[in-house]
Design a protein around this ligand. Sequence first.
Ligand code: CU
Length: 478
Amino acid sequence: MRVHIALGILFSGVVAGASTAPIWLARSEGAPISDPKTVQAELAFAPSVPPPIHRKSEKRVVVDIEVKELVAPIAGDTTYTFWTFGGHVPGPFIRVRLGDTVELHLKNAPENRMPHNIDLHAVTGPGGGAPRTFTAPGHQTELVFKALRAGLFVYHCAAAPVGMHIANGMYGLILVEPPEGLPPVDREFYVMQGDFYTTGDYHAKGLQSFDMQKAIDERPTYVLFNGAEGSLTGKNALHANVGDKIRIFVGNGGPNLVSSFHLIGEIFDRVYREGGTPVDTNVQTTLVPSGGAAIVEFTARVPGSYAMVDHSIFRAFNKGAVGTLVVDGPPQPDLYSAETHVSPFAGDDAPSTATVAARDDDRLAAGARVFATTCAVCHQASGQGVPHVFPPLAGSDFLMADKDRAIGIVLGGLHGHVTVKGQTFDSVMPSQAHLTDDEIADVLTYVRGSWGNPGDPVSSDEVAKKRAAGTPVVTAER
Ligand SMILES: [Cu+2]
């Protein structure tokens, strides 16, 4: 065991020379932060990750975390009283090196109501630090521990009732890097799942309170990445370029559910199973236990939009567990068709498809291709949308009410409240102005004339005129 005795550390119960002895250190007052061996940890909030550590030696790393209880959006017009490490869910990403001594200061803001503490799974020692850090509002405590094992670890509050503190958002990740570091990648992201229990139903508006009975019954109202619906979609989507090597540090705070973490349309090249040392290769879906983590790595090869989900899939579409990774770059037709080929199919026994009007059919087929490659990722293959997330185009009164506005939406995008078939949406549709006038005319002709929609065709001229008039950003009903 190499114990760094600098900084006037007082030992309590350390057996010098025993290689795996627990290393709980109580520190004397006032170790100077200017000491060359002491460094302040660089923290980052999700989806960001602090930079890799290139240090060759172990250090004493100071981590400051302030607990804040605050009201914030959990979804659309729904708010919730979160208890947080650092004002965010999840709490800050802590990155240290194997062998570092971590000096953690836990501050409980005076305006808070509850005592809190921190149990880090990277700690070897009773309670993971919780007994040493029980902190009343308006106080701070200090925990010192040695990072004895490399890996990705969850930390969480363990003050009673533990489940409630976790359900309110008190968790985060700490990475203990091996001395040689992790293999270099182009981008790293921080994604942490959690389940939430509100008295009101999914998307019930206004301030919601914690529902203990639902939590006990393990019936979450929300299952979310990074503490809020939409924290990784729309303008908050993750971005990468074709060819990038990507690493996602995935955590699961629970309190109850095990996550089946999956990125639709990707295969993980490598997964550090449960955040530990064994690396699995070519993985489709990886389990992330409650109070556990995994590191997934892959190369973005084909441009487009990729949804990350908990593949217990109702959680994704009906409880919020979706994020988006947008990969930019040139099409890769050798790896994945650049466009969708749609042709009429009337069943094997049908005599012929020749009765279908050929001209309209070309037009609709072209529109269907644009739809499948561009719009379907959000509005879904049959235009049915996703409740509360993406409005339906099938049967959309909003779409049919105003052709000119519909052209404007595709050109300029849409944000703000919209009401479609009696349901309100408050999200963001990005501009699709990269499509040509023909493509926009085709796709609008297709969506306005499919799935029972009665629309008249949209011409390229109409689109060109609208484009020439300047790209509108449609803000509906705001
Ligand atoms: Cu707490």
